[in-house]
Ligand binder design. Structure first.
Ligand code: FES
Length: 154
């Protein structure tokens, strides 16, 4: 069930759109902000609340790579794996992250501290390689900068 707080925030956002179905992504983000991820049950509850089909809502949630359809760690790392980052040292940065985290893409550390995911171009190719952690942009990455960066996220 959606909480009263979630419903209140969704309805507040819905006022900004001419049709109710247009608030879909905002609604998914609201649920994720409260719960950390969006479960199948939450998709069904949201579909009922918005008057859209579960399949349509699920396809939006699955397409939008910042909506998590599985439980994630306290911090989510999105490492850019697009072309400029590839050219500027992506491979070495990825290997260092894998070594320090002990996981590969799609994984979550045993202590649930980090989930590690790929993402397409973050739009800062002139400062590649780049990654997002919880929405914070980290650029000009090198294997030597990874440990200090991760230490900021407990
Ligand atoms: S290719 Fe990585 S930021 Fe653009």
């Amino acid at each position: 069930m959606l909480t009263a707080e979630e419903i209140g925030e969704i309805e507040h956002e819905a006022k900004n759109y001419p049709v109710r179905s247009a608030v879909t992504i905002d609604a998914l983000q609201i649920v994720q902000r409260h719960r950390g991820w969006v479960s199948d049950e939450a998709i069904q509850d949201l579909a009922n609340h918005l008057g859209v089909s579960k399949a349509d809502l699920d396809s939006v949630a699955s397409f939008y790579n910042l909506i998590y359809r599985h439980r994630v760690g306290r911090h989510v790392i999105h490492l850019c794996d697009s072309v400029s980052c590839w050219v500027m040292g992506y491979r070495q940065v990825r290997e260092e992250l894998e070594k320090q985290l002990g996981i590969d893409f799609g994984g979550t550390t045993a202590d649930s501290r980090f989930t590690f995911l790929p993402v397409v171009c973050l739009g800062c190719c002139d400062h590649a390689p780049a990654m997002l952690i919880d929405g914070d942009l980290h650029t000009d990455l090198s294997p030597g900068s990874i440990a200090n960066t991760l230490e900021r996220y407990l």
